[in-house]
Design a protein around this ligand. Sequence first.
Ligand code: AMP
Length: 228
Amino acid sequence: MKLYIFSGSLASGKGTQASLITKFLPNAVHLSTGEIFRAEIEAGTEIGKKAKALIDVGTLVPDDSTNAIVVSFLEALDPTSNVLLDGYPRNEAQVAFLEQYVQEKNHTIEKVILLDLDESVVKKRVLGRFECRHCHVMYNDFFKPTKREGVCDVCGSKEFYRRPSDTEKTIEKRLALYRNTIVKALSFYENKDNFVRIDANKSPSEVFKEIKEKVFKNSEIKGNSDKN
Ligand code: AMP
């Protein structure tokens, strides 16, 4: 199994880029720990209940629960999968766990992709973002509002969702967490050959282009990616 780590601050576009890549990379699977926790919260499971309190205040879910959901996700996959890890590992303990796990299972960490985003852009992206509750299209008050106020452009729904953790207070906390924890954890990879830094301040399609050029060198991508 080949693993690609997508890292970056909140709203750096990790999830967007990973899902764009799943459309083109053969056997690609997107593993977002944040999405798994949000699904557990929606489903009202025990993990979800514990995670909600932590996510709402902008702190990390404990490593043992996080490592366990990652392992159970990976173990259910076909061994030929290309796994796009979105938001994991996020601290030094998770890096150490993943390194050992990968070695034991004979998997490889193909690339570590850091999406680098200015903090001023982070704030607008996070405070402005919301999604349609029905078709899940993403909007942003600053960059991409709905054409008619309060109505989804795609499905016409009037119901929208904002993540409860997207507040000024939690943004500051999550940015501090990013600077103090994730950046430190990534230093393990920073001087290795498979580490790639991407400028994430650009539009999603420009970022995607840079990732294709620097990470996949276009060779592993199938189909015509220009539509993105
Ligand atoms: P994300 O959507 O990746 O920003 O994740 C949302 C929230 O889920 C984070 O702020 C954390 O509280 C939690 N979370 C996601 N991934 C991890 C992880 N690898 N370790 C611990 N907590 C995580």
